[in-house]
Design a protein around this ligand. Sequence first.
Ligand code: SF4
Ligand code: FES
Length: 246
Amino acid sequence: MNITVRVWRQSGPDDAGSLVSYDVPDVSPDMSFLEMLDVLNERLILDGEEPIAFDHDCREGICGSCGVVINGQAHGPQRTTSCQLHMRSFSDGDTIDVEPWRSRGFPVIKDLVVDRSSFDRIIQSGGFITAPTGAAPDAHATPVPKPDADLAFENATCIGCGACVAACPNGSAMLFTSAKIAHLNALPQGQPERESRVLEMVSTMDDEGFGGCTNTGECVNSCPKGIPFASIVNMNKEYLRALRKR
Ligand code: SF4
Ligand code: FES
């Protein structure tokens, strides 16, 4: 396949940035999207040009670091991470636009790399439990009802990629935050901080500049891990419950 990519190039946070067009010939349909960028970067380096900065780590859909907007969609046309997207999802002759996440909560550092430390600060404000130290308890020492375990596990699959924020017209981080809250609030081990967790994490989410939810649902459509809209509903319930108990 011969394709053209129009990539957002921005030398630093204060640069205005613009889309720059590159022809990429002989692209294998079996390449991942990031491998296609690797090939382009090798050529840029050989030509003495600055390679395109993009974030990545596991390249297995686990770490959540690789998110970019591809043709206007967070992570591109498939419901998966950018690293798990393959070039067979495109056609010979296509022109593909590649941009960073765009949100007040995710300022651009360089090219396609954004600062997602706002997510770290949301986690730090409540994404933990208090447990006695010492030897590991027996696996069955704390019974967890199966529905609660399933709910916690479903929400624990959030990889913190930020696609939900990038896809939301309000730049809302409510799907991410609600997943982290539901993961721990569903478990017996998460009960001591149940109220403070939701109050602190929502407060930090607001302080970091993320918008509110207006039930658009684009977050759910773009989430590579299938975190459901019910998690946001659950977070709102938990928030009201915590306010009543305060
Ligand atoms: S909720 Fe989904 S889209 Fe949002 S950060 Fe978690 S895995 Fe990514
Ligand atoms: S590089 Fe880890 S999820 Fe894509």
